[in-house]
Design a binder for this molecule. Structure first.
Ligand SMILES: C[S@@+](CC[C@H](N)C(=O)[O-])C[C@H]1O[C@@H](n2cnc3c(N)ncnc32)[C@H](O)[C@@H]1O
Length: 455
């Protein structure tokens, strides 16, 4: 008989945790370790783009090679996130010798510690262990999470008001059905629908005719700007129902940590000015998985339709006859200023706000932005993806009439534990940004609203 595990809350702040492996499992596990303030050492010959971005941002240390016993020097905990059972066993043998607890993604029975299914609600963390069955743990966790959403306020204190859940059976206002519609929802129950889905699925044919295989679908879900609690109720529900999650780099890592272990996580990270996976490839993954019967969630930072290429993904799915649901998200263009205490509009100060991409320089022939016209506006200008070109952008705005003393701010990694805020003026913000070493992702706000709430 296996003894019950002994639950603990590890206080990892500043303590070394070694993660062995740089693939999908590590991508899911590392965010919670960083959130706990752990000093993470990642040992892996290669990393996913999402992990690479965290290394580049200086959030963790990376040793680009296979595991060696000395890697555990000073470690309090080790997480083994490799598929190879021999490699995993050798790490846990070294850990056991040194009395370091070891979590194993490949074999829970060989591990000395288990990661629970977790739901976080303000300062309250509920961790559920399912007696070695991760699915059971997830089911209980989801039930607890729903209960907490109703019973607790966002600060984790008991609420006297119930918070309404998603309306029963509601589909929201933005469901779109693919052009042919042939693989529609009837596939879940009806024989005709199942046949349609099987033929659309092509060569795989795993379900077989008349097997009642579920029709696949895609949900384009906005994950919000960074704080995992800023996903919508509907977005979260679809995430808990997903078989496949295709995630961008900017999606809150803690949401990935809460996925069921059997969910396929596809890392579609696009790193600014770095390697990127072609959009066509992402479209194809969405279509292929859905046609094979999977519930696919395309999880995107902020809102899917704000510089998120959600429209292209919807069109690709529609062309393949895949039903798509679009779940809007909290966009960083409004949330990042808000997180810095800047309202994008304010009575008597700004009656409009304009959101613009700064990924192309103002003099680029490919730019679709009328910077000269924007300079003539009095309201708020919110610039996304604009750090690299900020000097050219601010110079163009000033040359076309926007006063250099206009207040400006930069908000980096808004709504996360590593948020940084810089306040400046239009004339100086580009130089101040360099001096402060701010990095993407960041939003630049220009306008009198920047100081509107200052006391
Ligand atoms: C490709 S765009 C995607 C925008 C996203 N769809 C949205 O609605 O927020 C990426 C840019 O969004 C901004 N961004 C996203 N998340 C951010 C955050 N947490 N803090 C600051 N800026 C953010 C940055 O300007 C970043 O370069």
């Amino acid at each position: 008989m296996t003894a019950n595990p002994y639950p603990l809350g590890l206080r990892l702040h500043g303590r070394r945790v070694v993660v062995v492996g740089g693939g999908a499992v590590a991508t899911r596990r590392v965010p919670a370790l960083l959130d706990a303030g752990a000093d993470v050492l990642l040992v892996a010959p290669e990393l996913t783009p999402a992990l690479r971005a965290r290394v580049d941002a200086g959030r963790l240390h990376w040793v680009p090679r296979r595991f060696e016993p000395d890697d555990l020097d000073g470690a309090w905990l080790v997480q083994v996130a490799v598929d190879d059972p021999m490699a995993a066993a050798s790490v846990s043998a070294v850990a056991a010798e040194r009395r370091i607890f070891c979590v194993r993604a490949d074999d829970r029975t060989a591990a000395t510690a288990w990661t629970p299914a977790v739901t976080r609600h303000g300062p309250v963390t509920v961790a559920v262990l399912g007696g070695g069955d991760p699915r059971r743990a997830m089911t209980v966790r989801d039930a607890v999470r729903e209960l907490l959403a109703v019973r607790l306020g966002s600060d984790g204190t008991a609420s006297t008001r119930g918070r309404p859940g998603p309306p029963a059976g509601a589909t929201g206002g933005t469901d779109a059905i693919g052009a042919t519609g042939a693989t529609g929802a009837g596939g879940a129950t009806g024989a005709t629908g199942a046949g349609g889905a099987a033929s659309a699925g092509g060569a795989g044919g795993a379900g077989g005719a008349g097997s009642g295989r579920r029709a696949g679908r895609v949900a384009l879900v906005g994950a919000g700007p960074g704080d995992p609690e800023l996903i919508t109720v509907k977005g979260w529900r679809l995430l808990t129902e997903a078989d496949v999650v295709v995630a961008d780099r900017l999606v809150p890592g803690l949401l990935l940590d809460e996925l069921r272990p059997d969910v396929e996580l596809v890392d579609a990270s696009k790193i600014p000015y770095g390697p990127s996976r072609a959009q066509e490839e992402i479209n194809q993954i969405l279509v292929d998985r859905a046609l094979a019967g999977a519930a696919v969630v395309r999880l995107k930072g902020g809102d899917p339709y704000v510089f998120g290429r959600g429209g292209e993904e919807l069109l690709a799915c529609a062309a393949a006859g895949v039903p798509v649901t679009v779940v809007p998200g909290v966009t960083s263009s409004i949330a990042a200023p808000a997180a810095a205490g800047i309202p994008v509009t304010h009575r008597g100060v700004a009656h409009e706000f304009t959101v613009v991409s700064g990924h192309l320089a103002p003099d680029s022939p490919a730019s679709l932005v009328r910077w000269d016209a924007l300079a003539g506006l009095h309201g708020t200008l919110v610039i996304l993806m604009g750090l690299k070109n900020l000097a050219a952008i601010t110079a163009t705005l000033i040359a076309n009439g926007r006063p250099p003393q206009t207040p400006a701010a930069v908000v980096q990694e808004a709504t996360t534990g590593t948020q940084r805020i810089l306040r400046s003026t239009l004339g100086e913000v580009a130089a101040d940004l360099l001096a402060a070493d701010l990095r993407p992702p960041a939003v630049v706000v220009v306008g009198d609203v920047v100081g509107a709430l200052d006391g």
